[in-house]
Design a protein around this ligand. Sequence first.
Ligand code: SF4
Length: 417
Amino acid sequence: MKHSLPNKDTRFLYLEPYTFSVLAGNDVLIYNSLNGRVLEYRDSPSIAELLKKTEDAGGGFLAELRAEPLKPEISSLLSDLRENFCGDLVSFSGKNKPSIIRPKAVIKNYPPDKDSPSFSADDYLRNIYFFLNQDNNTVCTDYRFAINQFFCPVFNPQGYNEMQFETVFNTCSRYSGVSGMEINLSGSDITAYSEIKNVISRIHKLLLPVTFHLPLPCSDPDIVSRLLRIPKSRTSLYISFPDGPSALKNIRRNQVYIKKQHLVDLNFMIRSLDEYKIVTEFLQEKGKEKVFIFPYYDGNNSDFFKENVFLSRDEILALKPSQKQIYSRSLINEHLYGKIFILTDGEVFSNLNAGPIGNIHNQNMEDLVRHEIYHGQNWEMTRMKVSPCRECLYRLFCPPVGNYELFMKKFNFCDVL
Ligand code: SF4
């Protein structure tokens, strides 16, 4: 078909650089990341076709509008765009087509050139989690899937085993003092770890921030106050039911704990509404800890889990991500990126809901990070890569794919699709 050249009456539709459009078939969503306004058009092939052109770099991010009068739905789209500061029309000046710049999400020098001599794992690795022990005691057995949903406690059906603390030291000494790097020490219960005294006396020598993760109840509550005294450290307590809340009450009476409670995270792992009620009563006693309430999926509490983790369409739209968050989420998984997990036997994971990527006893960290960057699935697990989210109009709004979803192999924790 022969196309006529634009003339002075030709106008072009454009979207503002801070505006995002999402297409799913003939459905369209337009989001203004500055004022949070959302425009939604369902089953409108003409709007979908126009918006597609505004995302096309080859066409200068402009959608040509020649026909007069405009279709009613296009006129109404135009007034919506203007009213909400999302876009407008520009005219053909007679000589040159107007030019529009739409920013595109890119990470500078990423992925790095494989053969680059300047490639360093230190630039991409941010957090190493070491699991010092694992067990099949009562708490670990009751929370056997905890490791797939958060970081503690670690269940092992075969019973107790440990990692040598030297593994932590050998792995981390090359990162000593590296800014932005953190280490996490977790396990079934690190207060029962045979080398815990060694940990307490040496870990600060690595010159890295460290977070200790341990369940309550734990086998030696006195260790908690000793961990709290370690410089550049935080302690993250995972409160199990039924005995965790009373163990926490006891620990909260300790003088060191009272002094250092601002360095403590309390993670309540709740499985039911009754457990949630216990937490709310507990929260009446105000402390300075950071409190997190995690619904725990035990395989039998789908209804409770659905009620407390699933998001409704309105909740998703109320999230109003920033421009920066949208760019970042379209390239990487903010929850998973830069994290490496090492189990007691040295097996290394970029996510504990996927298979190992190697073993720290016979591979170095640099090669393992390289593997994740060039061949891994986890650090770049965006909503665009999972079904049904990749087809969903709200894919830019939803938080990054998380461990719950990876564990349950279900990515639409919502009432949308
Ligand atoms: S289907 Fe996926 S992207 Fe869409 S709303 Fe649900 S979770 Fe979000």
